[in-house]
Design a protein around this ligand. Structure first.
Ligand SMILES: [Fe+2]
Length: 203
């Protein structure tokens, strides 16, 4: 019998409801200045930068991984602060996995948000998440988090370590097919007139 060598040992991860992992291997932040072109209303984004500064935090991520490779998992938390740019709620940049059949679990730890998902051939889905609710995002779906509440929207995510991210897919299409906008006390997914359709499939 062949036995693969054990190259890592398990560790305890302490995962906070407000986001953050004790034992993380990586931490990164996205600032308002990093979000140029992400929101449809460029004038509103410019005004927000002028008012709040390009260093204002939009979201931050902690994640943990052992070895690289198809069998490994990346586990992390995403903490997306509340806010609006024009009539659009705060969003993460969004991506499709570079190895596009890789799926991803998002479990809501706190706050209220929407997992916005689209396929390259034009299917759309927007699922509201509150604590205890999760979306098992299938492979081949572009996905982004949207904070439609007044508190940080925190999700625990888990995906294959070899998935990678293609962040250009949304920008190349003129934005996602829908935008998540303010609608009374809630939110609505409205067609984005700048969307040109997605380019062909990746891997
Ligand atoms: Fe992902």
């Amino acid at each position: 019998m062949h036995i693969d060598p054990i190259v890592d040992t398990p560790v305890l991860l302490e995962i906070a409801r407000e986001g953050g992992i004790e034992g993380r291997s990586r931490h990164y932040e996205k600032l308002l200045g990093d979000m140029q072109g992400v929101y449809r209303d460029g004038d509103a984004w410019n005004a927000a930068v002028a008012e709040r500064g390009e260093d204002e935090l939009v979201y931050w991520v902690d994640d943990h991984r052992y070895q690289e490779g198809a069998g490994a998992l990346i586990v992390g938390t995403s903490t997306l602060l509340p806010g609006r740019i024009g009539n659009e709620f705060a969003v993460t940049r969004g991506h499709i996995h570079a190895v596009s059949d890789r799926a991803e679990l998002y479990f809501c730890m706190s706050g209220r948000g929407v997992m916005q998902m689209e396929t390259l051939d034009g299917q759309t889905s927007a699922i509201e998440l509150t604590p205890g609710r999760a979306v098992n995002v299938p492979g081949h779906w572009i996905h982004r988090s949207v904070n439609v509440g007044d508190e940080p929207f925190v999700t625990l995510f888990c995906y294959a370590a070899d998935a990678g991210q293609d962040y250009g897919v949304i920008a190349d299409a003129g934005g996602m097919k829908h935008n998540i906008v303010v609608d009374g006390d809630g939110w609505a997914a409205v067609p984005n007139p700048d969307h040109r359709g997605y380019r062909g499939p990746t891997a």
